[in-house]
Design a protein around this ligand. Structure first.
Ligand code: AMP
Length: 171
């Protein structure tokens, strides 16, 4: 875990003063680091029946698609507004640095689909909460949420009291 942490770059005051941005591009470009991160994220779900990985734009796409490939599931994107071409469901949320809306294709998940939600980082939990709401609105079941990084001081878990959370690296 220390080796993975050493591959993550801290960028102070991005995108706003006072935010310490956890830059994972330095981990993604390292072949061993990328493989190890995806291994760690996929491992708890190897024996769990899953139908889809839902990844949150944009770093959740990179990790989520790799996890889907490992676990033999499909991949569904949750995107920023106006990016998805067909009919969408949407949910607004508060971010550590502002507010935003997320969208998912209404027909992306069916009733009874078992879903794992993936993102790079859990901060205040607003993004993840909105993602859970979108998945449930489509009638699918949230089996769990997996994050590479958890910023524990921001207590994102409080937004997700009834969910199964897994985080690889805690700060
Ligand atoms: P939150 O909704 O506060 O849990 O924020 C989580 C989302 O914002 C994730 O998609 C992260 O990629 C991004 N994010 C929030 N804070 C940071 C941070 N300090 N460093 C990198 N990404 C962050």
């Amino acid at each position: 875990m220390d080796a993975l942490k050493q591959l993550i770059r801290d960028v102070p005051d991005f995108p706003k003063p006072g935010i310490l941005f956890k830059d994972i591009t330095t981990l993604l470009r390292d072949a061993d680091g990328l493989r190890s991160a995806v291994d760690c994220l996929a491992e708890p779900y190897r024996d769990k029946p899953l139908d889809q990985i839902v990844g949150i734009e944009s770093r959740g796409f990179i990790l989520g698609a790799a996890i889907a490939d490992r676990l033999g599931t499909g991949f569904v994107p949750i995107r920023k507004p106006g990016k998805l071409p067909a009919e969408t469901v949407s949910a607004s949320y508060a971010l550590e640095y502002g507010t935003d809306t997320l969208e998912m294709h209404r027909d992306a998940l069916g009733g009874g689909h078992r879903v794992l939600i993936v993102d790079d980082l859990l901060a205040t939990g607003g993004t993840a909460r909105a993602a859970v709401n979108l998945v449930r609105e489509c009638g699918a079941e949230v089996v769990g949420l997996a994050f590479l990084i958890e910023l524990a001081a921001l207590n994102g878990r409080a937004q997700l009291p009834d969910e199964q959370l897994f985080t690889v690296l805690q700060y």
